[in-house]
Ligand binder design. Structure first.
Ligand SMILES: [Zn+2]
Length: 177
């Protein structure tokens, strides 16, 4: 996915970059598909730098870490980065200063590859809940079928702390105790 900053005549500008699917080689993280990617950005231009802020939304198919069943989930993450020409800063792409994220373009054409931005959002997004959150019973059964030791693990131990946190957020959202 590419962002062509040349196509904007004035800044600040809003950009929307979409793709039906993308392959980011995240197989090791259990990700088999990334679809319906939408990157929305608000872009400011100052000097040779473009300040981009916005969001990344995508539908990700990822294996449940417990029962290995593929789960489809929507991830939605904020993103924030700066685009500038290669060589603008002394530190170069390998040594970013502070906590800003820089994307560099070469030559005079400000076109950048958004894949690293999408990749980061997907990793952050699935980190929260790579388990069968909507189907704990089925998840347990599938774990048993895989020969995983569900029988000797108590319910408490079964609850991923991240999952529990999400459940609380979900419950409070709907007004339950
Ligand atoms: Zn599962």
């Amino acid at each position: 996915m590419k962002l062509d900053l040349n196509k904007f005549e004035a800044f600040p500008a809003d950009a929307a970059v979409r793709a039906d699917s993308i392959d980011l080689n995240l197989g090791e993280a259990g990700v088999s598909k990334i679809e319906a990617i939408a990157v929305q950005l608000s872009i400011q231009h100052s000097g040779e730098e473009y300040f981009c802020q916005g969001s990344v939304v995508a539908v990700v198919t990822v294996d449940c870490v417990r029962c290995l069943q593929p789960i489809r989930m929507e991830v939605s993450e904020d993103t924030d980065f700066i685009v500038c020409p290669e060589g603008l800063h002394d530190h170069g792409p390998e040594a970013p200063v502070d906590d800003e994220e820089y994307l560099y373009y070469t030559g005079n054409v400000p076109v950048i590859e958004l894949d690293p931005i999408v990749r980061e959002a997907v990793i952050l997004g699935i980190g929260m809940k790579p388990v069968c959150i909507d189907d704990p019973e089925g998840c347990r059964e599938r774990q048993a079928r895989l020969g995983r030791p569900t029988g000797i693990v108590t319910d408490e131990e079964h609850i991923d702390p991240r999952w529990e946190g999400l459940k609380k957020i979900k419950d409070s959202h709907f007004g339950h105790k």
